[in-house]
Design a protein around this ligand. Structure first.
Ligand code: ADP
Length: 388
């Protein structure tokens, strides 16, 4: 069966896409929002764009509303397989897997490592198994692409017994995006063996070093808090800062709020939306300008580190909301990296083109690329490969 339904469940939302994998065509896509606190669906096909408001108690109700909306506005909802995004696969899942009771229980257990992220994925899986009992369900994990990292890249240098007991190691995230984008970039360069650094810069952000299609290093760690400066998360931080704050009266919940919601661009400027920060900096706001410098400085550090880990570089790839849409951020990141063979062609960098493209000048040692990410398509490909 070549029709795949992809579900991406958040804590109060459910994103869906129906694809015909014979030609990877999108048949319908949509978003159910405000689950548990109101409720609405926006459903779109080539001919339809409808929004419906209705009360939704939980993810099962969201899925019911989705199926009812398909029934009313089309197309036929008869997937051969359902693909689910699951954030954390822990050490157990290094590849996509067909969901059974055992897998469902394991995803539940992994919620202790990803309390914000795994529970919604599980709710989506449970609701979809109930709604489509005869259809195979495939879980695709954000962490799985990074299972190829060598131990030296995934190990934190703490007491090995403590690390083992609590599962403390680097797992990495955004795997479906890094995998998809690195495949497109390698294809564009005609080099399946390419050494690439992928910069996924969205609200969440991470860097990944890819060697011949395999992740060998990534900036997110045990949780999606480590690494780059993000919309509301600050990335790398001396763990001693946490001890210092705890000893001065902040508890785990205070730190959770600080690290997940009050850091990154939000912490530095008051807004986590990079467009706001760029606008404020252009208007002469010093705080916004300083935040942009921190943002770019952190990324440059990872590019340099990964160039060293890879032992060379064929392509630096920008993706996600910021990476795809902001010529200014790309220019700020590459500023001063000419000695590494990294440069932008100003006209290519600012062109209105939306597709995968090279934005470096001809003849530079390293190609700079912009590749729009497509996590849903990557999940659909895995789902069909495993159970289609
Ligand atoms: P998510 O991680 O939630 O999927 P996205 O990948 O959509 O997020 O990225 C969202 C970020 O992209 C926001 O910070 C937004 O400001 C930024 N962004 C979107 N368009 C632009 C643009 N034209 N210029 C700069 N930043 C942009």
């Amino acid at each position: 069966m070549s029709v795949v339904l992809v579900l991406n469940s958040g804590s109060s939302s459910l994103k869906y896409r129906l694809l015909d994998m014979a030609d990877e065509r999108v048949l319908a896509h949509g978003l159910v929002e405000r689950i548990g606190a109101g409720g609405s669906i926006r459903h779109r096909t080539d001919d339809v764009d409808v929004t419906v408001q209705t009360a939704l108690a939980d993810h099962a109700a969201a899925l019911e509303l989705m199926t009812a909306t398909f029934a009313e506005h089309g197309p036929d909802l008869a997937p051969g397989v359902v693909g689910h995004r699951v954030v954390h696969g822990g050490s157990r899942f290094s590849a996509p897997v067909v969901v059974d009771d055992d897998v469902e229980a394991a995803v539940d257990e992994l919620s202790s490592l990803a309390p914000l992220h795994n529970p919604p994925g599980l709710l989506g899986i449970r609701a979809a198994r109930a709604a489509f009992p005869a259809v195979p369900q495939v879980a695709v994990f954000d962490t799985a692409f990074h299972a190829t990292m060598p131990a030296e890249a995934s190990t934190y240098a703490i007491d090995v017994d403590v690390a083992a007991r609590f599962g403390v190691r680097r797992y990495g995230f955004h795997g479906s995006s890094h995998e998809y984008v690195s495949q497109v970039a390698a294809g564009l360069l005609g080099r399946p063996d390419a050494k690439l650094v992928v910069l996924h810069l969205g609200n969440g952000a991470s860097a990944c070093a890819v060697d011949a299609g395999r992740s060998v290093a990534t900036s997110m760690g045990l949780t999606p808090l480590e690494g780059l400066v993000m919309g509301t998360r600050g990335g790398d931080l001396d763990p001693g800062a946490l001890l210092h704050l705890m000893r001065n009266g902040l508890d785990a919940d205070d730190l959770d709020t600080l690290l997940n919601r009050r850091s990154g661009l939000t912490g530095l400027t008051g807004s986590g939306d990079l467009r706001d920060v760029l606008g404020a900096a252009a208007d002469g706001d010093d705080r916004a300008e300083a935040a942009l410098r921190v943002y770019a400085h952190r990324i440059r550090g990872y590019v340099g580190a990964y160039l060293a880990h890879l032992g060379g570089l064929d392509g630096l790839v920008f993706t996600a909301g910021v990476g795809e849409n902001s010529p200014e951020v790309r220019a700020r990141v590459l500023d001063g990296l000419g000695h590494l063979g990294l440069a932008l062609d100003p006209a290519r960098n600012t062109a209105a083109d939306r597709g995968p493209r090279v934005v470096s000048p001809d003849g530079t040692a390293v190609h700079v690329l912009v590749v729009p990410t497509d996590e849903e398509l990557q999940i659909a490909r895995h789902a069909v490969a495993l159970a289609g």
